[in-house]
Design a protein around this ligand. Structure first.
Ligand code: ADP
Length: 287
């Protein structure tokens, strides 16, 4: 669905943010794009949806350059930016203004999502709280039913119950026809939601891997481990006790601790990545 080849992008030519970056994203997946603040997540997403233009290389959506912003591309993609302008419109008025741009938009689905997210339908968007207006736009983003849905930090500003509702709605919205991409710097927000993790760090995609593949190759522990357990590839101390990543010895699959994995990847210690390379994980489709 999204094919990025040899992307070179910088806000100025002299300071490149991405050099020679390549990435493929397929339908039927929910991707989590993780990176520290300022790592380049928003910029990468904007290149994908045709709001920032590569200096060289290509970003294709369904084989068409995103930067061309063709109607056929735009009607099948929705980008939810981190900050959204809130016009003085009720849900019905917003539908009348915007729904027509998306052939598969469903007003009844939108109103159902609003009800589920407890957003008052009669109130104007600019009179909603920050969290409510965020949920309003999430409901709309899901109801347009586009093949590509890109959300930039959608959980920022949501309270804990709303984050759980968000995860539920997103999981239900995934079909074989859709490709969902969610960026965050709050890794835990995507727990139990995404199936593929992308990590952007130091201007590169350092990891592009399915959670199943990761669970097959790595084991994550918090707390004491039995004597004789393999040496950790990465370890840190958390509030819950010592946490570590080790090679999976094949004794079973556990849950991938995305926060620990993320910390390991950005720590500068390459042992986890080296292990993934050695076990031939299909990762880092870059350079
Ligand atoms: P993230 O979404 O991961 O927080 P961004 O893509 O927003 O990161 O930013 C990546 C880098 O690009 C940062 O160093 C940021 O300061 C810079 N940047 C972002 N937008 C602009 C812009 N419009 N002009 C110049 N620099 C920018």
């Amino acid at each position: 669905m999204v094919r990025i080849r040899n992307l070179y992008f910088g806000y100025s030519r002299r300071v490149p943010l991405f050099e020679n970056l390549s990435l493929d994203l397929e339908r039927g997946h929910i991707y989590g794009l993780l990176g520290k603040n300022g790592a380049g997540k928003t910029t990468l997403l904007k290149n994908m949806v045709g709001l920032a233009f590569p200096l060289s290389g290509t970003c294709l959506v369904d084989e068409r350059p995103a930067a061309a912003r063709l109607p056929v591309t735009l009607e099948d993609l929705f980008f939810l930016p981190e900050e959204q302008y809130a016009p003085a419109l009720t849900a019905e008025q917003f539908v009348a203004h915007t729904g027509g741009f998306y052939p598969r938009f469903s007003a009844s689905q939108f109103y159902d999502y609003l009800a589920e997210l407890e957003v008052p339908r009669q109130r104007k968007l600019n009179q909603l709280s920050h969290g409510q207006s965020k949920k309003f736009m999430i409901a709309f983003a899901l109801a347009v039913n586009t093949g590509l849905l890109v959300m930039d930090e959608p959980t920022n500003g949501l309270d804990i119950p709303s984050k759980a509702q968000f995860r539920r709605l997103l999981a239900a919205a995934l079909t074989e026809e859709r490709c969902l991409i969610i960026s965050t710097h709050q890794v835990r927000d995507l727990d139990a939601l995404i199936d593929t993790v992308l990590v952007v760090h130091n201007r590169e995609i350092v990891l592009n891997s399915g959670l199943d593949e990761l669970a097959e190759r790595l084991s994550f522990t918090v707390g004491a481990v039995p004597a004789g357990t393999a040496e950790p590839l990465y370890a840190e101390t958390t509030a819950a006790g010592p946490a570590a990543i080790r090679p999976n010895d094949g004794s079973g699959y556990g849950r991938v601790d995305m926060e620990l994995l993320f910390n390991a990847l950005i720590s500068g210690d390459s042992a986890v990545l080296t292990h993934l390379h050695q076990t031939q994980l299909s990762h880092a489709a870059v350079r």
